[in-house]
Design a protein around this ligand. Structure first.
Ligand SMILES: Cc1cc2nc3c(=O)[nH]c(=O)nc-3n(C[C@H](O)[C@H](O)[C@H](O)COP(=O)(O)OP(=O)(O)OC[C@H]3O[C@@H](n4cnc5c(N)ncnc54)[C@H](O)[C@@H]3O)c2cc1C
Ligand SMILES: *[C@@H]1O[C@H](CO)[C@@H](O)[C@H](O)[C@H]1NC(C)=O
Ligand SMILES: *[C@@H]1O[C@H](CO)[C@@H](O)[C@H](O)[C@H]1NC(C)=O
Ligand SMILES: *[C@@H]1O[C@H](CO)[C@@H](O)[C@H](O)[C@H]1NC(C)=O
Ligand SMILES: *[C@@H]1O[C@H](CO)[C@@H](O)[C@H](O)[C@H]1NC(C)=O
Length: 535
């Protein structure tokens, strides 16, 4: 056999192993509930080896890992998933984002200064409990540029630990397999079958939903921990970090020794770490920089103007906030399509990628009557969504506090989508690729015939520019139709706010472990890498 054939065989066996390792469904695993308490039932003062702020995507993975050897307290402002049944099923995935935010709902909504509506998790399991479920590992360049000296073996083991617990492979839905065909026809090749790795071409990837539509978010990673060492407090809102200047020490170094949090009755609790223990922020890309700022760690001008005493100055806290822009079209399907969350990913060689969804419009949605003469019933139609995102991105903005005392108030965030011309060029190429996808045979059945006998798509919302060779029309489309892929990250970058071991620079006993440390969004979708990082 030639070397090439051997390599090919090896590659095929690899693909096959990925497939074999992945179940298609599994029951919910609520064992972690044994370790969950409402904060009102916790003492006003206690001590642990580690305190993790935020029981989110990274936080749950990290808590399970540390609990093998240490006592761990997780403080999560939201409630348990069973308190919000819609988060547990794929059918509820989009309703989380439409739901009115009453301060207790599992998705805290915010609007960036860019004018784009966005959301973040406020629930045990974090944003992994309100997301679309796509699971895909990071690209090699992510590790190379991350500022962290990764141990590749540990990285792989950590991904596998996550995957054997909450990641599934099941048959593609009707829409997802049509979309896969269309991507291949449009030249997003090769067909990489089912694959969790980041490789150019079209692939089916993993999901934290199983084939029955059950969500297995990061919360189920808690089950892999030593539950007797783990205490998870829900409805525990951390207000700030407690610091001590160790005056007995020669260098009088600044040390984080605990946190202050409030319960749902408004009572204040103090949790401390034992000697050599640590406070670890896993409050997400919005929550972690916000907590550092509220605790007096950040740029002096901002802290001073808000009358927050400066504990440690660092101009970079809250800087380099970035988000993958989303540009999409929604095709009104002439026939009923089963709803589907993302299973198929098209990765081009031009630093952009395409993902798809199918969904029915919720009845409560304002109905644009008259727009869709050829659809089934205007009260119940299916939509096929094709979205493009750019990798990275290179553009970034910043975050600053809107309130100097109330952690429940979302900070002000700006992502500056397409500020960098390279991002804009990548978007133009990606949108052109969506144009190619729309020209495929695979999508022909989605066209309807108008009164003049012309066949065309009916779109809900924006359609692509008519002249897709016209760069300025395409650039305008990118800017004007931009929404979010919800992959915002940054705010506590490695080398700027934390060191390569994720310790907050200049402070002992304090780390940040979540998406806020990333200088780019890993792979096509970040959650795989966020959970790997926690592990
Ligand atoms: C709608 C949506 C769809 C998405 N789709 C996908 C997808 O399909 N695939 C994918 O890979 N990624 C997806 N993402 C992105 C992905 O889910 C996030 O990048 C990832 O979950 C972030 O993890 P994290 O640990 O950094 O933060 P989070 O998971 O958000 O965790 C932060 C936690 O900290 C808690 N917290 C914050 N402040 C405090 C405080 N002061 N006190 C106590 N607790 C606090 C929060 O309640 C939350 O639970 C999506 C995100 C959203 C919002
Ligand atoms: C998935 O597809 C395979 C092959 O077509 C089929 O045998 C199997 O029954 C399908 N499983 C489900 C759950 O639909
Ligand atoms: C303070 O510093 C001294 C001397 O370095 C050390 O022995 C002691 O453990 C430190 N205390 C804390 C709370 O870190
Ligand atoms: C809408 O269509 C779906 C899929 O066929 C069906 O399950 C649902 O019952 C329909 N709803 C209404 C109100 O007709
Ligand atoms: C489309 O745009 C290109 C580039 O601007 C231009 O050369 C071409 O004439 C346009 N085509 C049409 C039909 O307008």
């Amino acid at each position: 056999m030639s070397t090439l054939a051997l390599l090919l065989l090896f590659y095929l066996v690899q693909l096959q192993l990925d497939v074999l390792a992945m179940p298609s469904s599994s029951d919910y695993d609520f064992r972690y509930m044994k370790s969950v308490y409402n904060a009102i039932d916790l003492p006003l003062k206690e001590e642990y080896d580690y305190i993790i702020v935020g029981g989110g995507t990274a936080g749950c993975s990290l808590a399970a890992t540390l609990s093998a050897k240490y006592s761990v307290l997780v403080l999560e402002r939201g409630n348990v998933p069973t308190a919000y049944p819609q988060v547990l099923s794929a059918n509820g995935a989009l309703s989380n984002l439409i739901q009115e935010d009453d301060g207790k709902t599992p998705a805290q909504r915010f609007r960036s200064e860019d004018g784009v509506a966005n959301a973040r998790g406020r629930i045990l399991g974090g944003s992994s409990m309100i997301n679309i479920g796509v699971y895909s590992r990071a690209e090699d360049e992510f590790y190379r540029d991350s500022g962290i000296p990764w141990d590749k073996d540990l990285v792989l083991k950590a991904y596998q630990w996550v995957e054997e617990t909450i990641v599934f492979q099941y048959n593609l839905s009707v829409w997802q397999s049509i979309a896969k065909q269309a991507l291949l026809e449009a030249g997003v090749v090769p067909d990489n079958g089912f694959n969790l790795n980041h490789i150019v071409g079209t692939k089916a990837t993993g999901s934290i939903f199983d084939e029955k539509g059950r969500r297995h978010g990061a919360v189920e990673l808690l089950n892999r921990g030593e539950l007797k060492n783990l205490k998870v407090a829900v409805e525990a809102t951390v207000k700030r970090i407690i610091f001590s200047n160790n005056l007995t020490s020669k260098d009088s170094s600044l040390t984080a020794i605990g946190v202050i949090y409030t319960d749902s009755k408004g009572r204040t609790h103090h949790a401390f770490v034992r000697n050599k223990g640590e406070v670890i922020l896993s409050a997400g890309a919005i929550g972690s920089p916000q907590l550092l700022l509220l605790s007096g760690v950040g740029p002096v001008p901002q802290l001073s103007s808000l009358q927050i005493p400066v504990v440690h100055q660092n101009p970079y806290v809250g800087k380099f906030m970035a988000d993958n822009p989303r540009n999409d079209v929604n095709i009104v399907s002439p026939f009923t399509l089963d709803p589907s969350v993302g299973q198929v990913v098209g990765i081009t060689s031009e630093f952009n990628y395409i993902e798809t969804l199918s969904y029915s419009l919720p009845f409560s949605f304002p109905m644009p009557f008259g727009l869709f003469p050829n659809t089934v019933s205007p009260l119940n139609f299916s939509l096929a969504n094709i979205a493009v995102a750019i990798q990275g991105p290179l553009s970034s903005g910043s975050l600053r506090l809107a309130s100097s005392s109330e952690v429940r108030v979302s900070p002000i965030v700006r992502f500056n989508y397409f500020d960098n011309p390279i991002d804009l060029a990548r978007c133009v190429k990606g949108v052109r690729k969506v144009g190619d996808v729309l020209k495929t045979k695979a999508l022909e059945p989605f066209k309807t015939t108008d009164l003049q006998g012309r066949k065309s798509f009916k779109f809900l919302g924006p359609s692509l520019p008519n002249n897709q060779s016209d760069d300025s029309a395409m650039e305008r489309f990118c800017r004007e139709s931009v929404t979010t892929f919800w992959h915002y990250h940054g705010g506590c970058l490695v080398g700027k706010v934390v060191d390569a071991d994720l310790r907050v620079m200049g402070i002992n006993g304090l780390r940040v472990v979540d998406g806020s440390i990333f200088n780019r969004s890993p792979g096509t979708n970040p959650q795989a890498t966020v959970m790997m990082l926690g592990r």
